[in-house]
Design a protein around this ligand. Structure first.
Ligand code: SF4
Length: 137
């Protein structure tokens, strides 16, 4: 007889949100180029990266991904500071933060002791117990 698994829907949402990948990058003009051109730190390198983005066949997809997911770096020719300006007034949670959230939820739902989870994440043990209650509901 099949066993029923009760997986918290919030956990599934976090999983879906954090595990997307920018597959379009494989079709981008940055393939094989110096990755530092898209670091958005050195203005002379950034200018070269932005110039390559301008002709890239997946530029719009890349810009949309960057706007939705990325805090740093050049995506679709747009740097982090410009994206912050474009997003002003809207709620934004970066992909990095969503992955951290997923790691946290995974630890809370896992077999690690509450004390170890609390120590790993710098939180109170009580916080872990409270989260475990909400994850189980
Ligand atoms: S738009 Fe720029 S960063 Fe994005 S895939 Fe194309 S070359 Fe790479």
């Amino acid at each position: 007889m099949a066993k029923d698994f009760n997986i918290n829907p919030e956990y599934l949402d976090a999983l879906a949100s954090a595990l997307q990948t920018p597959e379009f990058l494989g079709d981008g003009d940055c393939v094989g180029e110096n990755p530092n051109l898209w670091d958005d730190e050195d203005a002379s390198l950034t200018a070269q990266g932005v110039a390559l983005c301008a002709e890239c066949p997946v530029r719009e997809l890349c810009a949309a991904w960057g706007n939705k997911n990325e805090e740093f770096g050049i995506w679709g020719g747009i740097g982090g500071a410009e994206r912050r300006r474009l997003r002003r007034g809207t709620k934004f949670v970066s992909m990095e933060d969503r992955r951290d959230d997923l790691d946290w939820r995974t630890d809370v739902a896992g077999r690690m002791s509450a004390a170890d989870v609390a120590r790993k994440w710098g939180k109170a043990e009580k916080t872990v117990y409270r989260w475990r209650e909400t994850q189980a509901s």
